[in-house]
Design a protein around this ligand. Structure first.
Ligand code: FMN
Length: 326
């Protein structure tokens, strides 16, 4: 079940995806505790690091308990990408430096010509990965898409270029930039990338449970699967998929466990980011945690506009107290 990444022997085949506004320290820690073998931190901008922007630097916060953990950067300018990677190499607690070549949002892929826009220029990918790999001591990994659009599927070419330039692993989100986050991921492209390179390959796209993880692993031969949206408000997914892959009974998810984890996630956010930001972030995370629970529409509404720590704890405890009484 294990594979090697840098100096680590990763004990299972599940990875938490980098997700801006989600994959921060408290959430990564929950994912690790519940069974993610590796966690990826959300992307930070190379320019933000280069200019020592306070908010960007705060995003680099990472604890020992989360490791092994990758820090992702995005950008398109060779010089600032290298500077940012060197800064992270020296100052971040991360184990790997990941380069984003998949972000589809216009601010990144169009205005900045970064993220998925790099897929249009494999030579540039080679230059960036090579220059960074030569300057940092931590292993460099890349996260790519199938291609820019269905007329330019080039993941295999890009993967080979990245490997030649020194990348130590490749995540492939098996959709084009044009597809965004919808449509079925193309398992054949993950398989083709895996066959084309000898570094670890991680498959990504719509892994939502044990069967979908197993299908991607078996069909493509990839070394691990990267889980994004299905982990939102759902760190248990790692425990459940690990059990499924090991043919073990799926552990029960107790209602009290949902309450305790929500509260812990929130209090960790308060500690690291302060009450105001923690409340803003929990306006999304809170309702995600409650997905599928009965009679939760009222509390979901309250959490989606939560403003204080006191109110958060009051609404969550009230809801779960009533649930447990029934
Ligand atoms: C809220 C959100 C934020 C994301 N932020 C990033 C990011 O910072 N870097 C990145 O490479 N991908 C990012 N992604 C893409 C995911 O890492 C992943 O590739 C995508 O969601 C597909 O996986 P899934 O089908 O398991 O969700 C983001 C996705 C979501 C939903």
């Amino acid at each position: 079940m294990s594979f090697k990444l840098g100096n680590y022997e990763i004990k299972n085949k599940l990875i938490l995806a980098p997700m801006a506004g989600v994959s921060n320290s408290p959430f990564r820690l929950l994912a690790r505790e519940y069974g993610a073998g590796v966690v990826y931190a959300e992307m930070v901008s190379d320019k933000g690091i280069f200019h020592q922007n306070k908010k960007t630097l705060e995003l680099l916060y990472m604890t020992e308990e989360e490791k092994p953990c990758a820090q992702q950067i995005f950008g398109s300018d060779l010089e600032t990408m290298v500077e940012a990677a060197m800064f992270i190499d020296k100052n971040s607690n991360c184990d790997f430096i990941d380069i984003n070549m998949g972000c589809p949002v216009p601010k990144v892929a169009i205005s900045a010509q970064a993220g998925a826009a790099l897929m249009k220029d494999p030579q540039k990918i080679y230059d960036i990965v090579k220059a960074i790999s030569e300057k940092v001591s931590k292993p460099v990994t890349v996260k790519i898409r199938s291609g820019w659009d269905d007329k330019s599927i080039n993941a295999v070419e890009v993967a080979k270029m990245a490997e030649k330039a020194g990348a130590k692993a490749i995540t492939i989100h098996a959709r084009t930039r044009a597809q965004g986050y919808s449509g079925e991921p193309d398992l054949d492209i993950i398989k083709a990338v895996k066959e084309a390179v000898s570094i670890p390959v991680f498959g990504n796209g719509n892994v939502v449970d044990g069967p979908s993880a197993k299908r991607m692993l078996e069909y493509t031969g990839c070394d691990a699967v990267v889980i994004g949206r299905a982990a939102l408000g759902n760190p248990w997914i790692f425990r459940e998929i690990n059990a499924y892959l090991n043919n073990e009974p799926i552990p029960e998810r107790k209602v009290t466990e949902v309450r305790d984890l929500m509260i812990r996630h929130f209090l960790d956010l308060v500690r690291i980011k302060g009450e105001h930001i923690a409340c803003l972030e929990m306006r999304s995370h809170g309702p995600w945690y409650l997905k599928g629970l009965t009679n939760a529409s009222e509390v979901r509404k309250e959490l989606s506009r939560i403003e204080t720590k006191e109110a958060f704890l009051m609404h969550v405890n009230k809801y779960f107290d009533e649930m447990i009484k029934k």
